[in-house]
Design a protein around this ligand. Structure first.
Ligand code: PLP
Length: 341
């Protein structure tokens, strides 16, 4: 199959329309079987539930080419389960794991010419999402929904190496206690836009959100979970009911333990502990791990010993092992790599 003539290594993280997208409709209490379509526009009522009350959820995944030329996606079953959890919390109909994975496979296959070649660092980003589409004016859930998946090629997250970033402790909260922080709903992102624009204006790359109840514990950033490395090489990740369970973070914790033989802990992490950690990273599908070099707490700087030049040594090993598993250079655990045939 002929690839598109795209300058893969210089692509940014933006939307580029591709040939096909998947759409399934939920009506009269059931999902139809779904199909691929060419039209990238959606027509809906001005009173559609998603436009008035933000009844919408999403996922983020990527397809890429392995070293031996296979087109694959990473652990789509976990995204399917998380999507179902998001749907239940938002009073939306659950799509079966089978249909979810089938939709992903169809979209990747139909847009295979946009899956970047191995070695470019680029990937085909996949965006599954669902929203309430029928008119709703009194506050209640929609009764008709659309599930869609589109694909868009995105460039390498780190152009010219992963430079550590600087983040700030946010004065805003990302998620309420017992709220929706643990699901992937558009509303969590809507709430974070003002905070991230402000942080960028102040020269920071990201926000560190604390737990809204006590503001003493670390939660996550707007779109990535934290990993910390202790000075004796333990891998620690915050535990909280309002953190989004990142597939990347769960995979890295497994890699730390089973591939690198490191001790791992998922537990409450107090902000006061951060000054004692050796390394810090942010994990999510887009970057896998972004190293954090500095954390600014209202003008007081906490500088991680790993510095501002490169990833810390343990972060680097985690990054190399997981990306090695993804690219087919390191043997993957059973079921982690889903080949698109
Ligand atoms: C999507 C997301 C992540 C990262 O999850 P992955 O499954 O690793 O991509 C982390 N935090 C938030 C708030 C997210 O929405």
């Amino acid at each position: 199959m002929e690839k598109k003539n795209i300058d893969w290594s210089n692509l940014g993280f933006g939307y580029m329309e591709t040939d096909k997208r998947y759409v399934a409709t939920y009506k009269d209490g059931k999902w139809d079987e779904g199909k691929l379509i060419s039209d990238s526009y959606i027509t809906m009522s001005e009173c559609a539930c998603v436009l008035q009350y933000a009844q919408t959820i999403f996922e983020g995944m990527k397809a890429y080419t392995t070293q031996d030329g296979r087109t694959v996606v990473f652990r789509p079953d976990l995204n399917a389960k998380r999507f179902a959890d998001s749907a239940r919390r938002m009073e939306m109909p659950v799509l079966s794991e089978e249909q979810y994975i089938d939709s992903i496979k169809q979209v990747v296959k139909a847009n295979e010419a946009y899956v970047p070649p191995y070695g470019t660092g680029a990937t085909l980003y996949l965006r599954p999402y669902m929203f309430g589409i029928n008119p709703v004016i009194g506050v209640k859930p929609a009764t008709e929904f659309q599930y869609r998946v589109f694909a868009t090629p995105v460039g390498p997250y780190f152009k010219g190496g992963a430079k550590p970033i600087t983040i700030k402790v946010s004065d805003y909260d990302r998620a309420a206690p017992r709220g929706t922080g643990n699901i992937k709903a558009g509303l969590n992102y809507a709430m974070s836009l003002h905070a991230i624009v402000e942080a960028h204006e102040q020269g920071f790359d990201e926000n560190m959100y604390l737990d809204p109840q006590t503001r003493r514990k670390v939660e996550e950033t707007g779109g990535a979970n934290f990993l910390f490395i202790t000075k004796d090489n333990k891998v620690v990740t915050p535990k909280s009911d309002s953190i989004l369970p990142s597939v990347t973070r769960r995979s890295l914790m497994y890699v730390a333990k089973e591939y690198l033989g490191l001790e791992t802990e998922e537990r409450e992490v107090y902000f006061d502990e951060i000054k004692d950690f050796a390394e810090c990273g942010l994990c999510g599908t887009a970057a896998v791990i972004s190293p954090v070099g500095k954390i600014n707490d209202h003008g007081k700087e906490i500088c991680l010993p790993s510095g501002m030049e490169k990833m810390g040594p343990i972060t680097q090993k985690l990054y190399e092992t997981l990306t090695g598993i993804q690219m087919g250079l390191v043997e993957a655990p059973e079921g982690w790599i889903c080949e698109i045939k």
